[in-house]
Design a protein around this ligand. Structure first.
Ligand code: ATP
Ligand code: MG
Length: 381
């Protein structure tokens, strides 16, 4: 007898001929998550199992963060020959639960001497007589004791919800503009959940932004990488463009011109990473640079699609996701971001593209962008 984790996947199941490709990707991602716990991962009968891990709880937490995993069940694998022992174990696993239950059995070994309805009846009766506070309800039970008869017997009751989505790497690559705020880690999580492999770019303006602000972003990237299977984070020195914009451009366009620089630099880094899109945490109307007109002005220089998964979300909804994925507390640490340095008193909220282009035409755009790309520090988190 041994403890296992039984993994269920959701959307992949809907795939037709491509299913083996997605399954293979998922198994690889599960293996990666389980590696620190020394677990063994295998695929059997369209189910993924993990066994022989050093720390069951920590391993389950890691697996629950793998995109593509819909839910997981701590399970027991035991000899199927001794049905009485199976019933005893089932009752033991139901101890402490109250309310209604049923037994749901599946038998892929058709030579097994009992049919599924017989297993349900026998095991159900045993559980009823050897536990307290449980009654049977076969239509709407609160708890389901699953018994699967395959090469061995597999028993599980508890179902733990996982993140869902698609395995990382099956959805191409994108580059996330990662600030220290609440929104951008959530945006990265949402795109990563669709199977997209993520690299990240962070702009910092030392000494206007501190070393601690940079550390905070590294922490956020680490938290995100627990879902995204590692992130290559580029930290870009951004003081020079910011000072130059501040000095030479009309104040009302300052933020917008700065954001256009961010897009250009991020797109260049995306190109190096083989990424085909940029991702930001913007949402319509959140601040002056996130009106539709302003977003059009920033998109104009990206040269690739810019995905904004939070575009229609309220702040409160974004915060809820940030709490769920565990980035909220870090995001709330009070360190400054380069966007908050030199903010104009009256930013243009309905900018016209030709006005913005004119306002930045005095700058050596290529030179400034090149310096940012060349000065970027790469961290693997
Ligand atoms: P966040 O959106 O992460 O909470 P924020 O609310 O301060 O940060 P803005 O400053 O309006 O948002 O920035 C909008 C988006 O621009 C961010 O979601 C992020 O994608 C990108 N961004 C802002 N500042 C930076 C930065 N310093 N480095 C990288 N990307 C940034
Ligand atoms: Mg924001």
């Amino acid at each position: 007898m041994r403890q296992l984790i039984l993994i269920r996947y959701g959307e992949i199941y809907l795939k037709g001929l491509n299913r083996p490709y997605f399954m293979h990707a998922l198994v690889e991602r599960v293996k990666q998550a389980v590696r620190p716990f020394g677990g063994k991962v295998w695929l059997h009968d369209a189910r993924i199992f993990v066994s022989d891990m050093t720390d069951m709880d920590a391993c389950m937490t890691a697996v629950s963060k793998v995109f593509g995993v819909h839910s997981l069940c701590p399970a027991i694998e035991m000899e199927k020959a001794d049905f009485n022992a199976v019933c005893e174990k089932a009752a033991e696993m139901m101890q402490g639960l109250t309310g209604t239950f049923k037994v749901d059995s599946r038998r892929s070994d058709k030579r097994y001497p009992m049919t599924s309805p017989e297993i349900n009846m026998e095991a159900g009766g045993y559980i009823l007589h050897h536990t307290q506070g449980l009654t049977v309800d076969i239509h709407h039970p609160q708890h389901v004791m699953n018994i699967e008869i395959r090469d061995n017997a597999y028993l599980y009751v508890k179902v733990i919800e996982a993140v869902g989505g698609m395995p990382v790497g099956t959805g191409g690559k994108a580059t996330l503009l990662l600030s220290g705020g609440i929104d951008s880690p959530v945006a990265g999580y949402m795109i990563g959940k669709r199977g997209v492999e993520i690299s990240a770019v962070h702009f910092h303006s030392y000494p206007y932004t501190s070393e601690r602000a940079k550390e905070k972003v590294i922490t956020l990237a680490k938290q995100l990488s627990e879902y995204c299977c590692g992130i290559r984070l580029y930290v870009v020195p951004f003081t020079e463009p910011q000072l130059t914009i501040h000095e030479k451009c009309p104040e009302e366009y300052g933020t917008l011109i700065m954001r256009r620089f961010m897009m250009r630099v991020a797109a260049r880094i995306a190109g190096k990473e083989g990424a085909r899109a940029l991702v930001t945490g913007e949402s319509i109307g959140q601040v002056a640079s996130q009106t539709i007109e302003a977003l059009c002005c920033t998109d104009a220089v990206a040269g690739m699609p810019v995905f904004r998964p939070l575009i229609g979300n309220d702040k409160i909804e974004i915060i809820r996701i940030a709490e769920k994925i565990g980035t909220y507390e870090t995001s709330c640490l009070p360190y400054e971001d380069c966007c908050t340095v030199f903010t104009p008193r009256h930013p243009a909220t309905h900018p016209k593209l030709d006005h913005v282009e004119k306002a930045e035409s005095c700058l050596d755009i290529e030179g400034l962008v090149n310096a940012c790309v060349e000065g970027a520090e790469l961290l693997e988190v």
